[in-house]
Design a protein around this ligand. Structure first.
Ligand SMILES: [Zn+2]
Ligand SMILES: [Zn+2]
Length: 224
């Protein structure tokens, strides 16, 4: 009977025989920067978790696993910007050491899996009273939504491409962004920019956060 897991993170914790409670506690402590851990973003946690899997493979196959080597070789495997020949070189080296690279990298978790594991499986929150940390948590929510959207769109496009219904997909890159458009004028800003500066439109914000910017716009519209 196939055991049910909370998500892929839980499944991998079980598969690689990490202690579930200890791993969950470590992930959350690193996320929050507690218990002497440096604070990591969800993105960093994804890489940290996958490096635990990589390290296990190295240990089981008698391949030296100093941290700098794990860091460098994980990057070659996980970073899309690494040239194919460089990755192929490492893959054949690992396979010569007896590591099934495809099976291993299939087990790597994604950013959104870690996020979901926190929010839906173990009900972990960033849990700090500081405003900064809270807004980081909201920002990570936006990153998560974008990442999930990207994963789903990419998956559908790849299927269409494989069915020869989307020519040129292999030579293209998915580009999208989320913007906020003001209801009262043509101002449109990327979500990130709006969060960064704390308002959508300099002219039409009730809070009057940026009086300078709004007066500049008023002046220039008079001149126009
Ligand atoms: Zn989970
Ligand atoms: Zn406006």
């Amino acid at each position: 009977m196939r055991q049910r897991f909370c998500c892929k993170t839980g499944e991998m914790i079980n598969k690689y025989e990490f202690d579930k409670e200890e791993m969950d506690n470590t992930l959350v402590a690193k996320w929050r920067g507690e218990n002497g851990h440096d604070e990591l973003s969800i993105n960093d946690l994804e890489h940290w978790f996958n490096k635990q899997i990589l390290t296990l493979y190295y240990q089981r196959n008698g391949r030296p696993d100093p941290e700098y080597k794990i860091d460098a070789e994980y990057e070659v495997l996980a970073d899309d910007d690494v040239p194919d020949h460089k990755r192929a070189e490492l893959v054949s080296e690992l396979e010569a050491d007896g590591i099934n690279v495809e099976a291993m990298t299939d087990d790597f978790v994604s950013y959104s899996t870690i996020y979901r594991h926190f929010s839906e499986c173990i009900d972990a929150e960033k849990g700090s009273d500081e405003d900064d940390t809270e807004s980081d948590w909201e920002r990570e929510g936006i990153d998560y939504a974008k990442e999930t959207f990207r994963e789903r769109v990419t998956k559908s496009l790849r299927v269409l491409s494989n069915k020869d219904r989307l020519a040129g997909y292999e030579n293209s890159e998915l580009e999208f962004s989320a913007s906020l458009r003001c209801d009262h004028c043509p101002t449109s800003v990327p979500v990130e920019t709006a969060i960064e500066r704390g308002f959508v439109c300099a002219t039409h914000n009730d809070l009057d956060i940026a009086p300078d910017a709004s007066s500049v716009e008023v002046v220039s519209s008079f001149l126009a």
